[in-house]
Design a protein around this ligand. Sequence first.
Ligand code: GLN
Length: 550
Amino acid sequence: MSKFIFVTGGVSSSLGKGLTASSLGRLLKCRGLRVTMCKLDPYINVDPGTMNPGEHGEVFVTEDGGETDLDLGHYERFIDESLSRNSNTTTGTIYSSVISKERRGDYLGKTVQVIPHVTDEIKQRVLRLANDDVDIVIVEIGGTVGDIEIVPFVEAIRQLRRDVGRQNVCYVHLTLVPYLAPSGEQKTKPTQHSVTELRSRGIQPDVIVCRSDKDISDALKRKISLLCDVPIEAVISAVDAASIYEIPLVLHEEGLDAVVCRTLGIESDDHPIALERWEQLVRRIESSTRTVHIGVVGKYVNLPDAYLSVVEALRHAGFHHGVRVELDWIDAELVPDLIPRERLRELDGIVIPGGFGERGIEGMVAAAAYTREHQIPCLGLCLGLQVMVVDVARHLAALEGANSREFDSRTPHPVIDLMPDQENVVDKGGTMRLGAYPAMLAPGSQVFAIYGAGAVTERHRHRYEVNSRYRARLEAAGLRCSGTSPDDRLVEFIELPGHPFWVGTQAHPEFKSRPDRPHPLFRELLAAALERADGREPRLLDIGDLDPVA
Ligand code: GLN
């Protein structure tokens, strides 16, 4: 029987609830427990797929094509499990399901209400994650207690403790303990209020994790313990860490996993913790002194969370090479000006990440052209591949005015175009090419060498594709379409022979990178960037020289 941990937040958003939940997941995995995770998001959107990444951050894509909250990326990276669309539920999903059941007559004439119909629907979605292969389901509830939309979710998780038995549920509440500089004090009042709010909904937390920029003293812990009615060892101090990957170690030091196990009746002695590999990773992160400079040319550069998995994948590659990755966020709209181009020259490598809409496109094409001409390592992700193809079309294949039909519906050369099945799509949500698709890599190509495999799968999220009518023309101009769909109809990877690293993929490999297992494309982008930094001749990859992707 699976047990459940519910993680709620109070006082303020952005306290790092997702990272706390993920870190706890890692610790429990290190105790040999089988863990899965999910996020309940109280907003009304059915999924974040239609939300502006500049406001909400990245949309994380699961293997099965779910467009999910970016916290699922943290979950996957920390617990090292691939999750599915079922791991993210929103008010929108709940209500659309309840309303279609009502229309079908499933409620047999009853008045449909928040309790029990909406809460039952929420509970079902949590319960379906439990099975014989899972010891612990960690459920993070988005938002903060006190939000108007969160009420049905809090009620559902309250009921669940009765449904599955007290010993099978642990409530973890994350709060902020602010430090007030003028009085030189840390304040517990916001924590008390937030716990009172949670209790008013019928939930007494078992563990309180206090986020703070300074350690919480024992005296303060005692106060929180007394006023919030939790044992002192269940008051956990979570200070800011230098790297997010250090958080599991910080929380373990504080005894979080031990107190959670105790609450759930899991004998710590039966599940001793094996943290060595994670500690090794953190030591490696801390010991890297050399820096490599990577530019990210995109349109949402004011909110780096819009590219969260790309950033993490770059960092993972840095861990592998023992270097720190310093990011230079470059607003694509500014690239056509000379100054940012000079900025590009100073970089060791660049990434052109995914995106939608016309803004900044010409700057991305200019960045692609600049890296191509100046032998700067460049990795194009999804939209990044598309702008690289536009660059080759315009500047090497003499296809004047070439563009993606997404940005210029009347272009004479739509080298990137909609697939016929996308032509008449009206619904914006969940209708792209989504999730894992296989690709075949050409023997002897750079990507074949990088992956160390001829067949790979990567996650996708896009409507447009390289137009096969132009493929021969682009290849004649020097582009190599080095990976395609198994039926050879869709271009999945491109590269430029003779360039140290100018590689594009129609997919989003960043979603599969893990801290201790960087994605090979990011790992080799960084290898090429380090060579550029050293002023060394680019190394030619040898097949068999690299670990195949797991
Ligand atoms: N806008 C492009 C498309 O839909 C690229 C999408 C992306 O980068 N994820 O094809």
